[in-house]
Design a protein around this ligand. Structure first.
Ligand code: TRP
Length: 364
């Protein structure tokens, strides 16, 4: 059983997941009401263009295609691998501002926070009884995150956070989770928990299990790198944030790494830094990176930087303007979150009642 988790990242399994994702995409076009999406982010810093082109635009697209979407501000997950939560209030509100600015619509999409939904968290107790410690220790994502903490002792919450994440997905009975491949073991863990719960506790209703098995929607990876050609990461100072102003964006891009070949081309393998800037310009303008490169031709790194700066600043100008308005109105951001939390609580309490019914733990 435990190997199913490690297996979820094998080539064969990835290929199956990819094919299945294509089928699901087609089913969404036919009948979006069959799906409920849950996804989320840790409120650890401002969202950047890697997030934006990697996952956020896809969320907005799912919402706009009519799929019911739930977006989690994973505030409890922040304490898996660090001692303190930092400026959590500001970060949460800033994340909500990012969400709304890029086009998530709080009427259609429920935006809520972990810590505000007690019944979700309570699911973790029965779920923990359904997994073994060796299974958790072997979880590839837990291992990778543990290694990234550089020798810090593993907290119980880091070890068990895939179970918490299963509660995130299962509490609202989401059946679709848009993920990158690094998160696939978590999804497999949620599927395993759903099925073990059914085996151990039976069904609250006559013939359907309490939890349906969630599936991955594997996004076609847009792997945007930082301005130095390395993995985009806040700590490296190589990111461009969604909410950055035009001047700061221009400065960051001016310092971006290029190479000495004046002829601009799109060859990610051979010229990662230059190709990454070409890709960014292409994403921001909705064009093919090869066309963008061809147009710049032998204009060199200077022209490339000018083109990409213009493209990014133009694409994000309306989003940034909206974001600035939202940030100036924290009362509204809190209200959006409060409404999302209320919806999440209602659903979580229903699910918890079903769970306790199946377990024979409803008294009076
Ligand atoms: N682990 C995700 C991240 O680090 C955030 C997250 C928490 C999540 N719970 C989730 C994603 C449930 C998808 C489904 O960004």
């Amino acid at each position: 059983m435990a190997d199913a988790l490690a297996d979820s990242t094998s080539d064969a399994s990835l290929e199956r997941t990819r094919l299945r994702s294509e089928q699901i995409e087609a089913q969404i076009d036919v009948d979006p009401s069959r799906f409920r999406v849950l996804t989320g982010d840790r409120p650890t810093g401002n969202l950047h263009l890697g997030h934006y082109f990697g996952t956020l635009t896809n969320r907005v697209a799912l919402q706009n295609r009519g799929v019911e979407t739930w977006v989690l501000v994973a505030d409890y997950q922040v304490i898996t691998d660090r001692d303190a939560v930092g400026e959590i209030q500001d970060r949460v509100l800033s994340l909500v501002a990012d969400y709304l600015a890029i086009g998530l619509d709080p009427q259609r999409t429920t935006i809520f926070a972990h810590s505000a939904v007690p019944a979700l968290n309570q699911l973790m107790l029965p779920f923990l009884s359904l997994v073994t410690d060796s299974e958790l220790r072997r979880n590839p994502t837990v291992k990778a995150e543990y290694e990234a903490t550089g020798g810090r002792p593993m907290s119980g919450l880091l070890l068990t956070y895939p179970v918490h994440q299963a509660a995130d997905i299962l509490f609202c009975k989401a059946n679709l989770v848009p993920v990158g491949k690094d998160q696939l073991p978590h999804l497999e863990q949620a599927r395993v928990i759903a099925s073990r719960f059914d085996t151990r506790y039976g069904r609250a209703h006559a013939d359907e299990p309490v939890f349906r098995a969630p599936e991955a929607l594997l996004s076609a990876a847009t792997n945007l790198l930082g301005t130095d050609g390395q993995k985009m990461s806040k700590s490296k100072g190589n990111t461009i944030e969604i909410g950055m102003d035009a001047d700061t964006t221009a400065k960051r891009l001016k310092k971006a790494v290029t190479d000495s070949d004046r002829t601009i081309s799109y060859e990610p393998g051979r010229r990662p830094e230059v190709s990454n800037l070409v890709l960014l310009a292409a994403l921001a303008t909705g064009r093919d990176p090869r066309d963008v490169a061809a147009e710049i031709g032998d204009g060199g790194g200077g022209t490339l930087k000018r083109v990409v700066t213009e493209a990014v600043n133009e694409h994000f100008a309306p989003i940034r303007a909206r974001r600035a308005e939202l940030v100036a109105d924290p009362g509204y951001l809190r209200q959006v979150l409060a409404e999302g939390n209320a919806r999440a609580n209602a659903v979580a309490e229903e699910t918890l009642t079903e769970v306790r019914t199946a377990m024979g733990m409803v008294y009076g």
